[in-house]
Write a protein that binds this ligand. Structure first.
Ligand code: PLP
Length: 411
């Protein structure tokens, strides 16, 4: 049996403990939702004030050059490249994850020639599925989306597969795909591999170059701590740059935007992934979050995240038995991302009653309690205290109060 003292001992020797102070975390809260919205880095408000007051207020339009605004999508992209094992010039920050998926999928279909199928997992995040469906519908009858169960993906790859588009870590279960192995199988069948890194970038070291990934997208507001609605990123392997084209051919992806030519010519390199004017304030906030991650050892972060999730699972099983909780995440830490999910028949009210006690996780339909355990600011004792709250909520059935059943717009 684990004790709170065991967890205190783990905190005492945690090499990442120093990073907790880099975040502003409200008192009385245990934040287990950094996989949905990363918390505020302490350095972000002053950076935002500086960009607003100096660069915007004083610099005005001159800041596009003087403050380097125009280079920010590529500059922050190069920093994200270091987090995900890509080379400089392969990542650009732009648009949302959904929009980047559309651009990357369309680009992949064009690279794939006559092949017709976008292969994915039926349990993929809905926006990923919706963007595939929307693109295929837009293109007419020739292309199709094929969504299969995770265990059937390898067998479903065939000579008609244009691109395998998967999310590395599943948003609901936390199950993690073997990116290198599946990418290799894609290439053996002549297909491209497109990975959505929304639930893994910033939570663990990634190696897109080592895995030979073709295209990738990812989210700025989850483990990158870029703030609500932070812009997302797009990665295209350098070997595809000359032939990669994307359909949202806006002026900032043009080879010479300020020539104001009447005809689109794609910029060389990853800049052709850009569309319109970048959101500078959001990009400035994202850069702070990314810089913070660059100052951390992500290999240590992954080790801690596996340990945190292991402790969470063990404590829930030791202390919350007999309450209908069913582990949904893979039991082996190596097979999951930085989250743990449990099913419970009253998942929604149980999570609401936990949130009312300051333990913030989230609920995913139909019955999933999801707990994100981000390693940079979470302490091992937080895991103990969160499970204590869960155990208490279940034992007292406080969740059964009517106020906890009221559904909010965002769960
Ligand atoms: C969070 C997330 C998104 C978010 O897409 P937005 O366009 O930012 O709303 C997309 N895909 C996956 C897998 C995600 O986890």
């Amino acid at each position: 049996m684990l004790t709170r003292a065991d967890l205190e001992a783990l905190d005492a020797t945690d090499p990442l403990a120093c990073h907790r102070d880099a975040f502003t975390l409200p008192g009385g809260v245990i934040y287990l939702d950094g996989n949905s919205l990363g918390p505020l880095p302490r350095a972000t408000p002053s950076r935002l004030a500086e960009v607003a007051e100096q660069d915007w207020g004083d610099g005005l339009i001159r800041s596009w050059n003087r403050a380097g605004w125009i280079d920010l999508p590529a500059k922050v992209g190069d920093k994200i490249a270091r987090l995900i094992g890509a080379a400089p010039g392969e990542v650009i920050v732009t648009d949302s994850t959904s929009v980047n998926l559309f651009k990357a999928l369309a680009g992949a279909l064009r690279l794939a020639g006559d092949r017709r199928i976008i292969l994915t997992e039926a349990e993929n995040f809905p926006t990923d599925l919706y963007m595939m469906q929307g693109l295929v519908e837009w293109l007419g009858a020739r292309h199709a989306v094929r969504a299969v169960a995770a265990e059937d993906i390898g067998g479903a790859l065939d000579d008609d597969t244009a691109v395998l588009a998967l999310t590395h870590v599943n948003y609901r279960s936390g199950a993690m795909h073997d990116m290198a192995a599946l990418t290799r199988r894609c290439h053996e069948r002549g297909a491209l591999a497109l990975w959505d890194l929304s639930h893994s970038a910033g939570a663990m070291p990634l190696d897109l170059a080592g895995a030979d990934v073709d295209l990738a997208v990812g989210c700025g507001y989850k483990y990158l701590n870029g703030g609500p609605g932070a812009p997302a990123f797009l990665y295209v392997a350098r070997r595809h740059h000359d032939s990669f084209r994307q359909p949202l051919s806006g002026w900032l992806g043009h080879a010479d935007p300020f020539a104001f030519e009447g005809t689109y010519r794609p910029a060389p390199g990853i800049a052709r992934g850009l569309t319109g004017t970048p959101p500078i304030l959001s990009l400035a906030a994202l850069e702070v979050g990314v810089d913070l991650l660059l100052s951390c050892d992500l290999t240590e972060a992954r080790k801690k995240s596996m340990r945190l999730t292991d402790c969470f699972v063990q404590l829930v099983e030791e202390r919350c038995g007999g309450h209908d909780l069913l582990l949904l995440s893979p039991r082996a830490a190596g097979g999951r991302g930085s989250q743990v999910s449990f099913r419970h028949p009253a998942g929604y009210p149980v999570m609401q009653s936990l949130i009312a006690r300051g333990v913030i996780g989230d609920f995913r339909a139909p019955d999933i309690l999801r707990f994100g355990l981000a390693p940079l600011y979470l302490r091992y004792v937080d895991v103990w205290d969160a499970v204590s709250a869960l155990s208490d909520v279940l034992a007292t059935r406080v969740w059964d109060r009517p106020e906890y059943r009221v559904r909010a717009a965002v769960t």
